[in-house]
Design a binder for this molecule. Structure first.
Ligand code: MG
Length: 294
């Protein structure tokens, strides 16, 4: 039986479209360095408290980390204005300045996606375990957002509240609450936490929304035990982004210093592949390899 023509390309984002681990480790380094140098609080304390906040918020990319750190709250004597103006602002900028240097897709991502869209009527969708807002922010910064028809991700971060007041600078609060964020013309669908990969319900929802059969879908991700497993369970053509699965051991150690193990599993494959590891239908050594399969 011939395979049906592909109608939908579903992409993981982190470590599939860009090097998330390097990006995040460097940005958090900049944030912790700034925070530590202006408060004198050690990096070890900041990192261990960050682990707790990320665990509680169920996301290693929780954007309101600084104002939630107990040592920072204490240093600024629990004064909400000082925490935001002196504690958060420059460290947030340090993160963003570093992010600008790292928001680069892997080689050939944009041209490959444009070529795929041009040669057929394939639609491109993102499926991520990152919060939708964070995923869209990253794609927008990389200039890729408008290539997507839809973004499927987890729920947006909770705004911290302190004595009944939102603990976020007003301009950031407005940005987060605005539904018109990023001028995105496509669809945004927030999936329940329990749809997290390798659960199949996120991808199953996409297939239903787009009215496509598994034989018409290509799904690409870097994590064998999550992305590839779920693709095989659903019977879609499953490509493994092998190039995104290798992490420099030093960078991995730096990531582990501030991230709960459970969150690390969301983003990088921790253990080497063995007999029981799911096998992809095809392996990509680079993103443009996708053109050989679609
Ligand atoms: Mg990934």
């Amino acid at each position: 039986m011939n395979k049906a023509a592909a109608k939908l390309l579903v992409l993981d984002i982190d470590n599939t479209i860009f090097d998330w681990v390097s990006y995040y480790v460097h940005c958090m380094d900049a944030l912790f360095n700034d925070l530590s140098s202006k408060t004198g609080i050690s990096r070890a304390v900041l990192e261990s408290q960050a682990k707790e906040v990320f665990t509680r918020q169920t996301s290693i990319e929780y954007p309101f980390l600084i104002q939630e750190l107990p040592s920072v709250q204490k240093f600024y004597e629990y004064d909400a204005n000082r925490i935001l103006e002196e504690g958060v602002e420059s460290s947030r900028q340090a993160f963003n300045n570093e992010a600008r240097k790292h928001f680069l897709p892997y080689d050939g991502v944009e041209r490959t996606l444009v070529e795929i869209k041009n040669k057929s009527d394939i639609q491109i969708v993102a499926l991520t375990d990152a919060p939708c807002y964070v995923a869209m922010w990253k794609l927008k910064k990389m200039g890729l957002l408008d290539l997507f028809e839809a973004i499927y991700g987890l729920s947006d971060p909770v705004i911290p509240v302190y004595s009944g007041q939102p603990m976020v600078a007003q301009d950031i609060l407005i940005k987060h609450l605005s539904r018109k964020q990023f001028d995105f013309a496509g669809a945004v669908r927030v999936l329940p936490e329990e749809y997290e990969k390798p659960g199949t319900r996120g991808l199953r929802t996409i297939l239903m929304d787009f009215g496509v059969d598994p034989s018409e879908v290509h799904w690409i991700g870097d994590n064998l035990r999550k992305d590839v497993l779920l693709g095989k369970l659903l019977g879609v053509s499953t490509g493994w982004a092998e190039y995104g699965a290798t992490v420099d051991p030093e960078i991995k150690d730096r990531l582990l210093a501030f991230s709960p193990d459970i969150n690390v599993h969301k983003n990088i494959a921790m253990a080497p592949a063995d007999e029981a590891t799911p096998k992809p239908d095809y392996t990509l050594q680079s993103f443009p390899d996708l053109l050989k399969h679609i």
